[in-house]
Design a protein around this ligand. Structure first.
Ligand SMILES: *[C@@H]1O[C@H](CO)[C@@H](O)[C@H](O)[C@H]1NC(C)=O
Ligand SMILES: *[C@@H]1O[C@H](CO)[C@@H](O)[C@H](O)[C@H]1NC(C)=O
Ligand SMILES: *[C@@H]1O[C@H](CO)[C@@H](O)[C@H](O)[C@H]1NC(C)=O
Ligand SMILES: *[C@@H]1O[C@H](CO)[C@@H](O)[C@H](O)[C@H]1NC(C)=O
Ligand SMILES: *[C@@H]1O[C@H](CO)[C@@H](O)[C@H](O)[C@H]1NC(C)=O
Ligand SMILES: *[C@@H]1O[C@H](CO)[C@@H](O)[C@H](O)[C@H]1NC(C)=O
Ligand SMILES: [Zn+2]
Length: 262
C-alpha cells in the first residue's frame, strides 16, 4: 500500500521539480479607468466635491432642461453628508434621477495613502451612500484625478471603476467664468462624439452661470445630457434599495465633535 502510493506520487513529484511557469503575480487585478464616454452624441456633466449648498439648484437646472447629471460626492469635505439637511440634498438630486457616485470620504490625494488609509476612504463614503440613499455605486472619482496602481487595486476590491474626464471646466483651478465657458465652446467646436466634463458643485459661479451656459450650448449643438453611467452604457448602481434612508443618530461624521455642527 505504502509502495503503491509512492509510485503513484512519483510523476507528480517530478513535475513539481520543473521550473515554475513565470506568473506576473506583482499585478493583482486593477479597476478599469474611464477617461471618456462611450456612447455617441452624449455629454456627461459631472459635479464634484459636494454635497454642498448648490446641489439642489444644479439638480433643478438640469431637470428643467430634461438633462441628467452626475454628482461625485464626498462624505466630509465641504459639509458632512450625514447632517440632516445635507443628506436631504443628496436624496433630492438622487430622486430627480441624477447619478450619485463616490469621491472618497475626505478628499485626500489617494496616491499618497497606504492601503489601509485608502480602503478607509473608500469604505466610509460607500457606507454613507448605502445609508443615505440605499445604493451601491460602481463608480468613483479619485480626488484631483490622482491615482496609482494601489488605488486601482483597492477600487477593484470595492467593485468600483475609476472615472476621470476629458474636459476640465477649470472651475476649481482658478479659471474665470469666461475661461470655463471658453473650454466648453472650444470643446463643442471640435465636434467630439461625446464629452465627459469636470465641474464642481461647490463653486458659486458654476452653479449660478456656468451650468446654464453649458446646458444651453451643449443642447444647441445637439448633445444629449446624460449620466456617466448612460454615457458609458452601464448601470448606475450595483444595488438599489426600494427607498432612501431615514436620518437617525448613527448618521454623524466622526470628525465633528457633536455630530451635527451644521
Ligand atoms: C460613433 O462616432 C464615431 C466617430 O464619430 C463613428 O466612427 C462611429 O461609427 C459612431 N458609432 C455609432 C454606433 O454610431
Ligand atoms: C425650474 O423650473 C421651474 C418652473 O419653470 C422654475 O420655477 C424654477 O425656478 C426652475 N429652477 C431652476 C433652478 O432653474
Ligand atoms: C498606514 O498609515 C497609518 C497612518 O499614517 C499608519 O497608522 C498605519 O500603520 C499605516 N499602515 C500600514 C499598513 O502601513
Ligand atoms: C480650461 O480652462 C483653464 C483655464 O483657462 C485651462 O487651464 C484648462 O487647461 C482648460 N481645459 C481645457 C480642457 O481646455
Ligand atoms: C440657481 O439657478 C438659477 C438659474 O435657474 C441661477 O440664476 C441662480 O443664480 C442660481 N442660484 C445660485 C445660488 O447659484
Ligand atoms: C459589482 O458591480 C457590477 C457592476 O455594477 C455588478 O453587476 C455586480 O453585481 C457587483 N458585484 C457585487 C459583488 O457587488
Ligand atoms: Zn474633488
Amino acid at each position: 500500500m505504502l509502495f503503491e502510493t509512492v509510485v503513484l506520487l512519483l510523476p507528480f513529484t517530478l513535475s513539481l521539480a520543473r521550473p515554475p511557469p513565470i506568473i506576473d503575480d506583482a499585478s493583482p487585478p486593477r479597476a478599469t479607468v474611464y477617461s471618456g464616454c462611450k456612447v455617441n452624441n452624449t455629454v456627461a456633466l459631472t459635479f464634484d466635491d459636494g454635497p454642498y449648498i448648490h446641489m439642489n439648484n444644479i439638480s433643478d437646472m438640469l431637470t428643467n432642461a430634461s438633462a441628467k447629471g452626475t454628482f461625485f460626492v464626498n462624505g466630509h469635505n465641504y459639509d458632512c453628508i450625514y447632517d440632516k439637511k445635507v443628506a436631504a440634498r443628496v436624496q433630492y438630486a438622487y430622486e430627480q434621477g441624477h447619478q450619485i457616485a463616490a469621491h472618497t470620504w475626505s478628499h485626500p490625494d489617494l496616491s499618497s495613502l497606504n492601503m489601509t488609509e485608502m480602503a478607509d476612504e473608500f469604505t466610509k463614503i460607500n457606507d454613507a451612500l448605502l445609508k443615505v440613499l440605499g445604493i451601491k455605486t460602481p463608480f468613483m472619482r479619485p480626488p484631483y484625478g490622482s491615482y496609482n496602481n494601489l488605488v486601482r487595486q483597492v477600487a477593484y476590491q470595492m467593485n468600483q471603476s475609476l472615472v476621470v474626464w476629458d474636459l476640465d471646466s477649470g472651475d476649481s483651478v482658478g479659471a474665470t467664468l469666461q475661461e470655463s465657458e471658453g473650454n466648453y465652446t472650444m470643446a463643442i467646436a471640435s465636434r467630439p462624439a461625446n464629452i465627459l466634463a469636470l465641474n464642481h458643485e461647490t463653486v458659486k459661479t458654476t452653479a449660478a452661470s456656468l451650468v446654464p451656459f453649458a446646458i444651453n450650448a451643449l443642447q444647441n449643438a445637439g448633445y444629449q445630457l446624460v449620466t456617466v453611467a448612460d454615457c458609458l452604457g452601464l448601470d448606475a448602481y450595483s444595488y438599489q434599495a426600494d427607498q432612501v434612508g431615514t436620518w437617525d443618530k448613527s448618521w454623524f461624521c466622526p470628525e465633528d465633535e457633536d455630530g451635527d455642527d451644521n
